[in-house]
Write a protein that binds this ligand. Structure first.
Ligand code: ACM
Length: 530
């Protein structure tokens, strides 16, 4: 290369770097923090953490409590210097969950007006400390979430993973500032939550899983549930249970056949009996126990894929008579009436209903229900929900279902005109925001959802969840203007190394061959466009 040529190339490179730095969010995205903060700048030098680093508190009891965790976190780094100050004060007037973080070689200040905000400042601080092996780079961060609902749905009906795995995931969710575990505990293969008034739900309904109907019963006791809900609350994560109905009810109707809405073969008992008062007494009793166990203001009632027991709602004389007596519009009208009755049960207990996007048609008041949009191929359902005045949580199959493969070479999992790469997860919801134009305030947030038909063990669970969970955190937390997809991907290897320390068996998008697919039982298969 000539001397001149060298300068031309060097100048172009400098211009390219300058252009990158001028991109909104480029500086935020350069700090080794996931999700990318809303605003950040980096300074000179670093604060060295260790036993000599003083931890000071300015604020109430929660800041004192967190200070103990900060001390425990920094002590192993060695000698250290300077100070870390935790400041929790209404007078800072920071929105809920927002925080600021200022670090110089002399000290760090973590500040917020809410316990969640202070906790998130600590999580960002921890990531910076890990990145510098105890030396926290000087910076100023001013951060707040884009969406209130930043979730992960785990299906433990198809396969059961147990308390320790759930707790590990809650730890990682907290680090990523995800704040909702949507827990799908009830579906066809198994009923996974103890209900005192109906012990057969777990004795009988808890038996089996998606690939082995004879598997011994597996479920969470009410003590387990309380333990997990408390563990999540300590990490500012709300746990929302799903009781899916009127379809996907097979585990419950196996336990109590009198609740069945009929049907034959694989569809026998797929729905609850939609017309008997005893069904609604049962539902109200179960919801009473859920309300006791879960302090979240929401109960998810499912409402998806009812299929009418694949015909029984058309053929049962009892159901047909009810439809005629109540002048309902056939099974469709009956399904809507069922959802309205359940929504009333939930509302009478002071909770808000969440349902899959099918429940829009039930006509529940938008003040009483939140819609989960999942059918990516029916984008108009998102628009309908918003136009009808509902708040909406987005979890479209593409790109937010984690049972879709994340690499074209994978053989177990779903495809539907493509698959779900982490880049697409992190770039959500920009591709659909044109649909929500004018309704942005009604978007409560988004979540990644993991159905586990093809996820029989924790190895595959990790493989499907990670690293995409970091992608959904970026999607849900980081404001659009601060997102920088290339820089997000550049931060990911550090996240993968942290997962290594937790023995998480993730997929490595940078080197797919280094992380081969875990084996799967025979019935685990590829599902295309379904
Ligand atoms: C769903 O995937 N059936 C909500």
């Amino acid at each position: 290369m000539t001397h001149n040529g060298f300068f031309t190339v060097a100048r172009r490179m400098l211009l390219a770097v300058a252009a990158l730095l001028m991109l909104p969010g480029a500086v935020s995205a350069q700090l080794p923090v996931i999700p990318t903060p809303a605003k950040a700048s980096a300074g000179r030098g670093a604060l060295a953490l260790g036993t000599a680093t003083a931890v000071n508190v300015c604020g109430g009891a929660y800041a004192d409590e967190l200070a103990d965790s900060v001390r425990a976190f920094i002590a192993p780094y060695g000698a250290g210097e300077g100070s870390v100050t935790l400041m929790l004060a209404d007078s800072l007037r920071l929105p809920d969950e927002a925080y600021t973080l200022e670090v110089s070689p002399d000290g760090a200040t973590l500040a917020a007006s809410s316990p969640a905000g202070l906790y998130y400042a600590f999580e960002a601080f921890r990531q910076l400390a890990r990145a510098g092996n105890g030396k926290v780079q000087s910076c100023r961060v001013s951060d707040a979430p884009r969406f209130a609902w930043r979730g992960f749905m785990l299906d433990e009906s198809r396969h059961f993973f147990g308390k320790e795995k759930v707790k590990q995931y809650l730890d990682i969710m907290a680090s990523l500032r995800l704040n909702v575990l949507h827990w799908h505990l009830v579906d066809e293969p198994g009923w996974r939550i103890e209900i005192k008034r109906y012990p057969r739900l777990t004795e009988v309904g808890g038996r089996g899983n998606w690939h082995d109907p004879e598997a011994p019963a597996q479920f969470y006791t009410q003590d387990d549930i309380r333990e997990i809900v408390a563990y999540a609350a300590d990490r500012h994560i709300m746990v929302v249970p799903e009781f899916d109905m009127p379809g996907h009810a097979s585990a419950a109707t196996r336990a109590y056949p009198e609740l069945s809405g009929g049907g034959e073969g694989q569809w026998a008992g797929f729905t609850f009996n939609p017309v008997r008062d005893s069904t609604f007494t049962f539902i109200a009793d179960v919801i009473d126990e859920l309300v006791e166990l879960f302090p979240a203001p929401y109960i998810h009632i499912g409402g998806d894929e009812v299929h009418y027991g694949n015909s029984s709602w058309y053929t049962s004389p009892e159901i047909q008579q009810y439809i005629a007596d109540n002048k309902l519009d056939g099974p469709v009208g009956l399904e809507r009436e069922f959802i309205r009755r359940v929504a009333d049960i939930v509302a009478a207990r002071g909770k808000t209903v969440i349902g899959w996007d099918e429940i829009i048609d039930a006509g529940i008041s938008p003040s009483k229900a939140v819609i989960m949009w999942w059918r990516h191929d029916k984008a108009h359902r998102l628009l309908m929900a918003l136009e009808s005045g509902y708040r909406v949580i987005m979890t479209p199959r593409r790109p937010l279902y984690a049972d879709f493969v994340q690499d074209p070479g994978h053989s177990v999992g779903r495809f539907w005109n493509g698959y779900n790469r982490i880049e697409d997860v992190a770039s959500f919801p920009e591709p659909v925001m044109y649909l929500a134009k004018g309704y942005e305030e009604q978007l409560l947030g988004l979540q990644m959802s993991l159905w586990t038909e093809r996820v029989a063990d924790t190895g595959r669970l990790d493989f499907m969840t990670f690293p995409r969970l970091a992608g959904v955190a970026e999607a849900a937390w980081t404001p659009a203007a601060s997102k920088e997809p290339t820089l997000f991907m550049r931060k990911l290897p550090r996240f993968l190394r942290w997962l290594d320390t937790k023995n998480i068996r993730y997929f490595n998008p940078f080197d797919p061959k280094s992380t081969p697919e875990p084996s799967a039982p025979d019935k685990a298969d590829v599902l295309k466009n379904g």
